[in-house]
Design a protein around this ligand. Structure first.
Ligand code: ASC
Length: 150
C-alpha cells in the first residue's frame, strides 16, 4: 500500500474511538458506569474472602486479582470531556484538575498491581493489607471527584 494512504488510515483508526466518544456523550457515560460496575463484580467477591465470609482459595483469588488488574484500566480513557451526563456522577473537577485526577488513577493502578502480586504470593495477611490500600484509593478518588448520590 502507498505509504501516505497507510499513514492516513492508521491515524484515522486511532482517532475513531475518541471521535465516537465525543459524538455520543450518553453512550460514553454509560460505558464508563458499566466499566466501574464490572470492576465491582470482581472487587466485591474478593472483599468477602478478605473479610473471611468466604474461604480463601489461593489460585481462584489470584485469578480474580488478575482480572481486576485488567478491569481497573478500562474506565479512565472513557472520562472524555462533555460526558458528565445521565447516570454519571463525574464532577467537573475531573476535567478542571486533570493532574490531581490522573494521580488518583495512578495510585489505584499501583494498588491493584500490588494486590495482584500479593495474591500471586499467597500470604492472606498481606493480601488483606493490599486490599485495604486499594479500597482506600477508591474512596480517595470518590471524595474529590464523584458527586453524592442524586
Ligand atoms: C466498594 C465500592 C466502592 C469502594 C469504596 C472503598 O465496594 O462500591 O466505591 O469499595 O467504598 O472504600
Amino acid at each position: 500500500m502507498n505509504k501516505l494512504l497507510s499513514l492516513i488510515l492508521s491515524v484515522a483508526a486511532l482517532a475513531a474511538p475518541a471521535l465516537s466518544h465525543a459524538a455520543d456523550p450518553a453512550a460514553t457515560a454509560e460505558a464508563r458506569v458499566a466499566a466501574f460496575k464490572k470492576m465491582l463484580r470482581t472487587f466485591e467477591p474478593m472483599g468477602t474472602v478478605v473479610r473471611e465470609r468466604e474461604p480463601y482459595r489461593k489460585d481462584a483469588f489470584a485469578e480474580q486479582a488478575k482480572t481486576l488488574q485488567m478491569l481497573a484500566r478500562e474506565p479512565w480513557p472513557l472520562f472524555v470531556p462533555g460526558t458528565a451526563v445521565g447516570k454519571s456522577r463525574a464532577k467537573p473537577e475531573i476535567w478542571s484538575q486533570p493532574d490531581a485526577f490522573k494521580k488518583e488513577q495512578q495510585g489505584m493502578i499501583v494498588a491493584v498491581d500490588a494486590l495482584a502480586a500479593s495474591a500471586q504470593a499467597g500470604d492472606i495477611k498481606d493480601i488483606r493489607a493490599k486490599y485495604a490500600t486499594l479500597a482506600n484509593t477508591c474512596k480517595s478518588c470518590h471524595d474529590s471527584f464523584r458527586a453524592p448520590q442524586r
